[in-house]
Design a protein around this ligand. Sequence first.
Ligand code: CTP
Length: 435
Amino acid sequence: MKKVITYGTFDLLHYGHIRLLERARALGDWLIVGVTSEDYDKARGKINVTQTLSERMEAVKSLGLADEIIVEEYEGQKIDDIKRYHVDVFAIGSDWKGKFDYLKDYCEVVYLERTEGISSSELRSRDRLTLGLFGSSANVDKIEREAGFVNGLLVGGKCTDEADYDEMLSRVDAVYLYARPERHCALIEKALLAGKHVLCETPLAMKKADCARLQALAEEQELVLMEALKTAFSTAYGRLLLLLKSGKIGEIVSVDAACTSMEALSGLGREELRDKWNSISDWGPTGMLPVFQLLGTGYREKRIYSRMHPEDPSFDLFSRVDFIYDNAVASVRVGKGVKSEGELIVSGTKGYAYVPAPWWKTDFFEIRFENPNENQRYFYQLEGEGIRNMLAAFFQAAVHGIRYQTIDGAVTEAISGVIGDFYEGKDLKVLGRPM
Ligand code: CTP
């Protein structure tokens, strides 16, 4: 029996796929189809795949052309599969011409002419979302650059001034907002009332109640309101959460996160500081993310300790926020005038998770135990600091209503709540003299 194998993502199964599979099938008596896993696709930069692995496998199966369907999970697997299944022919579309010649050592390699005029990328791009960018910062430039990697997401306008905001809103389906944090709430509200989806830097609002109101408005309008917290969308961070929630280190007893970035802030006057973000607004949301996602938002007590800038008593150059839960504690350290090791440590009853600096854009973490032989290291490719995945998640939520990847509304509100309390001086202890 002559065995043929072929591989693909087979997202939004189309005529090109069918023709490929028919011809591959005709090369032998038994066709094995390898469908790529979500992780493998992400690792090779395919972040836009619309359908889940099981949907794609089901679609291939329903054609009745494959005798066997397997999952392709890792680089180099093709050699393993060819040997394991005693494959005679490896077939693939001509867009890969030459790329798989190394398999000739193991079996016959056939490149089949690709069908012109159709592809999954093109089908995905038919669903469009035009994004308007508000603000001027390196973040805005990054969003613009990374949007190019998400099929169907188009940057349809940019503005830095509120005077131009209405006009931009009239031309786009969604907006990305980066403004001074206290302006976010009004900008979001305006966009939602205009029927636009919103992706906004955190905090979304300076008060928990405002944040809840905005979320309710988004829900009422059937729009997506998402915070642009890129860390939440990095694969390594996402996997870390899942591992910890499934009890890998036992019961979680402590979460310690530090995020610092030095900026030349000393000597600046109050006016100059107005355009800068203080430590708690800039880094607080990222630092609090693992705390609330792992321990929940129902802490018993919290305390914020800050040292302030001499020119502005609300501009913290460093803050530490301590949370006390019934059975756990957490501490978040953020600073723009103080430097520290930007690591994340989650301690549990059986072991701990260590994410090295800068943990908020890591591709690696380690689960450590008393016996170092049991330690496990995890690596995941991180493309575009997580921004690319964040934009893909935003697109999926806005266009296809798929929201499982987004941040829980209670976490968003809790983050705004802590920042709001800082500004109201609630649970805040200002330390000694300004720095
Ligand atoms: N294929 C083909 N003709 C097309 C599209 C795909 O012959 N018009 C073949 C590919 O060469 C590959 C297989 O179908 O052998 C699976 O390809 P896949 O990457 O899943 O499909 P694409 O449409 O190319 O997907 P994308 O646009 O995401 O790259």
